[in-house]
Write a protein that binds this ligand. Structure first.
Ligand code: C2E
Ligand code: CA
Ligand code: CA
Length: 749
């Protein structure tokens, strides 16, 4: 038996277990026959012939070596039954009867070979109990003997049987056993190979038809293969991609670090996945989910990388849409009520920092229900869209509209300082939401009612403000619709007043309703009156004295400020002639300063009044100075050339930076009232004022404190070396003749 280890010419038998048991004892002719059979089959296997052809050939060759017999190969199926695979000379009725044979102790030679997992040699099928279940078959087809050999896979798993059935009673000789053994062995190879090819074909199909794009690269990241889905996703066919580096797909959206991290993941863990933006052949940049794995050889060395790609453009779009709908109204595209609350919190934080207000406008369409009920929801929907559009075009970019539900909208205005800021927008909306809008064949008009609540005046949180703006909206409806109402009554009064003022301001100049008052400015050291600030007063025929803080913003908004300012300058200059030892300070608005002929106008006024320009001082706020550096600075330069002085009004409330102050050629900083008034009690204010004075001194600027109302404050200012002061402590702004009297009294003092 030992000598059988190696079958000459085949290399078989090198495994631990000999394949052919009685090879040494065979006649030389028998050995030749077996060798021929082997070579012939091995050649067919090497040529990758069809497995059924090869096994049919095996059967026929075996039959030639055992005359008066038929050979067959049966295979086990998944359910454990035997079926005929190759049996070229077994009649089809025989095959039909054999198919589905269940292995067992009476299931013939093959059934037993499987059942016992070893060769079975039956010499007399008519008497042998192992043929009990198949006796009829033996009778019908004249089978007398049957020898069956299990076919095993490379992994020694039994796959089926190779059998020789003879038409005469006989027992196998050593040659027959060897023939069956070698036949079963070769059949195992053929079947293994067929299975392997099948799974390769299957893998190939999976590769090709995978929904995911697949690309395989070598270790230098050159593409060696791509599948159909890859081409569909990227637009590149195999021929375009072959040999290219994967980086040719890059979109440029990710930086080097991103790819470094990706390769670190691949090399460290053998795998990486994530979202990557790539570029299609069309140039379009798209998001994909990429999963990369390393393929290694038996020694663990990387040989390939395989990348699985799925296009997630649609998913991303869907996600974005879902997200959008969670925060927006599908019909109008406006942010929804969920967002209103978040937005309010942000606006509130901003307002707190900037000392501003937030206005919440609750808007309800007046006749929407009628339109919806009579013309249908489709018409209603279109109308809502048009209204949303009209609203959008009537707010500032800092304001936001929300669809609150049905025909209700919320509008949040940020950076609001007073009721007038809101009134303007509310009026604009009331004026523009009316339409008419073309909706299908209908021309529709609609009005709206608006309720307004202000933060922090009417409430500190969103819910309170929402409730109050809603209450105010009902007040607007009660007043006859197509109107706006503030939650706070005073605001409503002011809104009406705003309109009245706006209308009467234009005529106020012609009707001589303005006068100037003068407030003395004192030198802190000497106690002498060194200047006067001219402050406008409006004596309204019905409203009485209107403070400038009420009408100056309206004058600026309507442009009346230009003529009004010119009048103030004329009036102040001619008054200044009577008071030759003091400086006349005049307030100027940004709007005046930005007029193209402003400088000429000033020259003209100064010349006509005959006042010495060096006794004229212009008070500008920081915002004017920085509104448009070019024009403003040029104007200041020209005015200074003739000796006019400049001071920065309300200093400390703006955003002046020191470097800038140095460039601007101003004489004086006028420290804002808000820092002065609590100077005696508030150490924080003291620190600020001290710093302003120090800084001014460093820049060679004078300082004046405005709004000084008591002695203690004046004492503090004196200690801080402030140059001048102005305030109720010494005198309120006075009518011309009173101011004149005051000056005369002081002179004679
Ligand atoms: P402003 O330039 O800061 O003027 C000083 C304001 O403080 C004046 O209010 C003045 O009456 C007030 N005031 C003076 N001393 C004291 C004090 O001791 N305590 C308090 N609490 N207040 C004091 P007024 O006259 O109501 O003017 C308000 C603002 O209107 C002015 O602020 C200025 O910005 C503007 N304005 C007034 N007249 C004119 C003008 O002719 N043209 C321009 N463009 N604006 C003007
Ligand atoms: Ca002033
Ligand atoms: Ca001031």
């Amino acid at each position: 038996m030992e000598s059988v280890k190696n079958i000459p010419g085949t290399g078989f038998g090198l495994q631990q277990k000999p394949i052919v048991t009685g090879y040494a004892s065979l006649e030389s002719e028998e050995k030749d026959n077996i060798l021929t059979l082997q070579l012939s089959l091995l050649e067919a296997i090497a040529r990758e012939g069809d497995p059924l052809d090869i096994l049919n050939r095996l059967c026929k060759m075996a039959e030639m070596m055992l005359p008066n017999s038929v050979a067959s190969i049966m295979l086990l199926d998944e359910s454990g039954m035997l079926n005929v695979y190759a049996a070229p000379n077994v009649p089809s009725q025989g095959i039909a009867q054999l198919n589905g044979l269940k292995p067992g102790p009476g299931a013939g030679s093959c059934g037993n070979a499987i059942y016992c997992q070893q060769p079975v040699f039956v010499s007399d099928t008519l008497t042998d109990p192992r043929w009990d279940d198949l006796r009829q078959l033996a009778v019908d087809f004249g089978l007398r003997a049957c020898w069956s050999m299990p076919i095993r896979s490379a992994g020694q798993k039994v796959m089926g049987t190779f059998a020789l059935s003879s038409f005469e009673h006989r027992s196998p000789a050593a040659f027959h056993v060897a023939l069956l053994e070698i036949g079963a062995y070769l059949a195992g190879i053929v079947l293994d190979r067929a299975q392997h090819m099948d799974s390769l074909k299957l893998l190939g199909k999976i590769f090709e038809y995978s929904q995911e794009g697949i690309m395989v690269t070598d270790t230098a990241q050159h593409i060696v293969s791509v599948n159909r889905a890859f081409t569909e996703i990227t637009g590149y066919a195999l021929a375009d991609a072959l040999g290219k580096k994967t980086s040719f797909l890059s979109s440029g959206r990710h930086d080097e670090r991103f790819y470094r991290e990706m390769w670190r993941g691949i090399n460290q863990h053998g795998h990486w996945q994530g979202e990557v933006w790539n570029r299609r052949r069309s140039g379009e940049i798209y998001p994909q989910w990429l999963s990369v794995s390393v393929i290694r050889d038996v020694e663990g060395k990387p040989v390939n990388y395989v990348g699985f790609i799925s296009d997630i453009t649609e998913r991303k779009k869907a996600e974005a849409r879902v997200e959008f709908l969670a925060f927006h109204d599908a019909l109008t595209g406006l942010p929804n009520r969920v967002q209103a609350r978040n937005h309010f919190d942000k606006a509130k934080a901003y307002a707190d920092r900037a000392g501003a207000r937030v206005a919440l406008l609750f808007l309800d369409l007046d006749n929407f229900k009628t339109i919806n009920d009579s013309l249908g929801h489709d018409v209603g929907d279109v109308l809502l869209e048009k209204v949303a559009h009209a609203l959008k075009s009537n707010i500032r970019h800092t304001d936001t509209i929300f669809r609150y539900g049905g025909d209700e909208f919320l509008i949040q205005l940020s950076d609001v300082h007073n009721g007038d800021d809101v009134t303007d927008i509310a009026e604009k909306i009331i004026g523009h939401v009316v339409g008419p809008f073309n909706v299908g064949d209908n021309e529709l008009s609609t009005t709206c009612s608006i309720g307004i609540a202000l933060y922090p005046d009417d409430g500190k949180d969103f819910d309170t403000l929402l409730k109050r703006s809603d209450t105010a909206m009902y007040k607007a409806k009660d007043s006859g619709r197509n109107a706006y109402r503030f939650y706070t009554e005073r605001m409503n009064f002011e809104a009406v007043e705003h309109l009245t003022l706006m209308n009467s301001l234009r005529r106020a100049l012609e009707k001589n309703e303005f006068t100037l008052h003068y407030q003395p400015q004192m030198d802190i050291c000497t106690g002498r009156v060194v200047g006067a600030e001219a402050l406008i007063r409006w004596n309204h025929p019905e409203l009485g004295m209107v403070p400038p803080s009420r009408f100056i913003p309206i004058a600026e908004e309507s442009g009346v400020i230009v003529q009004m300012g010119e009048w103030v300058l004329q009036e102040a200059c001619s008054a200044a002639r009577y008071w030759p030892d003091i400086v006349m300070a005049v307030n100027l608005s940004a709007i005046q300063f930005n007029r193209p002929n402003f400088v000429d106008m000033v020259f003209d006024v100064v010349e006509r009044s005959g006042v010495d320009p060096s006794r004229l001082e212009m008070e500008l706020t920081e915002s004017v100075l920085f509104s448009d550096e070019g024009t403003v600075q040029e104007a200041i330069r020209q005015l200074r050339k003739v000796g006019i002085r400049f001071s920065i009004d309300d200093f400390g409330t703006g955003y002046s930076n020191l470097a800038y102050l140095r460039q601007l050629q101003v004489e004086k900083l006028k420290i804002d009232r808000s820092f002065i008034q609590e100077l005696s009690e508030n150490p924080h204010d003291t620190a600020i004022v001290a710093a302003i004075i120090q800084m001014a001194k460093g820049l060679g600027l004078k300082t004046i404190a405005e709004g000084v109302e008591d002695e203690v404050v004046l004492k503090v200012l004196e200690n801080l070396s402030c140059d001048e002061f102005q305030g109720f402590l010494f005198s309120e702004p006075l009518p011309e003749h009173e101011f004149d009297a005051l000056l005369t009294a002081r002179r004679n003092h």
